[in-house]
Design a protein around this ligand. Structure first.
Ligand SMILES: Nc1ncnc2c1ncn2[C@@H]1O[C@H](COP(=O)(O)OP(=O)(O)O)[C@@H](O)[C@H]1O
Ligand SMILES: [Mg+2]
Length: 378
């Protein structure tokens, strides 16, 4: 983290929202560092984080669709953020991001009042790391959560990644649709193989490289933030070796099996990132063997490593969104986490029902949320 101290942070300078979930309308200027968002359960704190996350990730961290996020009784929601972007000559000039979500039509995106060139361009221009209670499944749950974690990092550091991933997903869905039909012929199903192999190799290679970079950072995070030397290792477990030829061969080879099952078995959609812990001298899967407390620590270490990778690769400290994290961590880990965040100097948004438990004195702005109304506390 030493070099990070000199790295400029990316920041939300202003946030204006209209008709998003229970947030009728607000326009605020967040503080440059710690923004503590407090209020009772159900008041709208996570909704506020969801707005910020949506501006960066163009999706909800709760898996919500547009019609779920538009305020009940309304037809559209608007999100506007003035967000300091990439570093240019030592500065992070702010850009205007705006999203209109509609209940019965596609969303509209504007970057500096123009339609962005691609979704990938947008996603790779804002960097943020989210930590919320549902993240526990990253360590304790199924592989899809870990793939999403890797994909989310990659789409933020590589403007072409989101496009390859989307092309792969689209071809996979089309191939699977044909596999489910009785009369689809072999040639039309196999016609998707070259595209799956090409896009799949891009995705898989990027994931492999990222895991290699993450591995030592996760170990360090364990030691520095978690204060634990629990030996932990992460490895890429690709379904097929991350090469175009290998994917192509695997698809051809499993054709009859795919047809019998009605879906494509081989390819990076089956990848996993194995997280192993050492127990009594042997390596075991964290997913099946770690305790609840260890899962929490593992997820926190992964998130700290994510911050590190984004900082290194993008040249700016990402925005941190922490939803109810204090309730997830014990006191000493909380303190270490905040010390690390203060050292990084990035902008942080955190929600809590108990602002007095957030042990921060300096660089702090408080916002109260009451039934969807947000007010800065002065
Ligand atoms: N589309 C919507 N329109 C209006 N209210 C909504 C919508 N979606 C969720 N809500 C309301 O938002 C509130 C939950 O907000 P949330 O941010 O999750 O609370 P918390 O402060 O506990 O994090 C609930 O009262 C819920 O009814
Ligand atoms: Mg909440």
């Amino acid at each position: 983290m030493e070099q990070a101290a000199k790295t400029p942070p990316i920041r939300v300078n202003r946030l204006a929202v209209h008709e998003f979930r229970n947030l009728e309308r607000f326009d605020l200027e967040p503080g440059p560092q710690f923004n503590v968002i407090f209020g009772d359960n159900g008041s709208g704190k996570s909704n506020l984080l969801e707005c910020i996350y949506y501006l960066g990730a163009l999706r909800s961290f709760r898996g919500a669709r547009s019609q779920d996020m538009v305020r009940l009784g309304s037809e559209s929601a608007q999100l506007h953020g003035l967000i300091g972007g990439r570093v240019i000559a030592g500065q992070t000039p702010a850009r205007r991001y705006s999203v209109q979500l509609r209940t019965s039509a596609a969303r509209v995106l504007k970057l500096d009042a123009k339609r962005p060139r691609s979704t990938g361009q947008w996603l790779s221009s804002i960097h943020m790391v989210l930590f919320h209670p549902g993240d526990l499944s990253l360590s304790a749950g199924a592989p899809d959560g870990r793939r999403s974690f890797l994909d989310r990092v990659l789409e933020q550091v590589d403007a072409s990644y989101a496009g390859w991933l989307a092309r792969y997903g689209k071809a996979l869905r089309s191939r699977n649709r044909l596999l489910k039909l009785d009369r689809a012929d072999r040639a039309s199903i196999q016609a998707y193989n070259p595209l799956l192999a090409e896009a799949g190799a891009h995705v898989a290679k990027a994931r492999a490289k990222l895991i290699e970079e993450l591995a030592p950072l996760v170990e360090r995070a364990f030691f520095e933030v978690i204060g634990d030397s629990m030996p932990l290792s992460i490895d890429y477990r690709p379904r097929v070796p991350p090469e175009q030829d290998a994917i192509l061969r695997a698809l051809e080879k499993s054709f009859e099996r795919d047809r019998a099952r009605g879906f494509t078995a081989e390819g990076p959609h089956g990848d996993d990132m194995a997280i192993s812990v050492s127990r009594e001298g042997s390596e075991v899967h964290a997913r099946h063997h770690a305790s609840q407390g260890q899962h929490r620590a593992i997820v926190l270490a992964l998130k700290v490593a994510e911050v590190d990778v984004l900082t290194r690769r993008s040249g700016c400290v990402p925005i941190l969104l922490l939803d109810d994290v204090s309730s997830e961590l014990d006191r000493s880990r909380n303190r270490r986490l905040f010390e690390m965040l203060a050292r990084l100097g990035g902008q942080v948004f955190l929600t809590t029902t108990h602002p007095e438990f957030i042990l921060l004195d300096e660089h702090r702005s408080d916002f109260s949320v009451e039934r969807g109304r947000i007010n800065q506390v002065t």
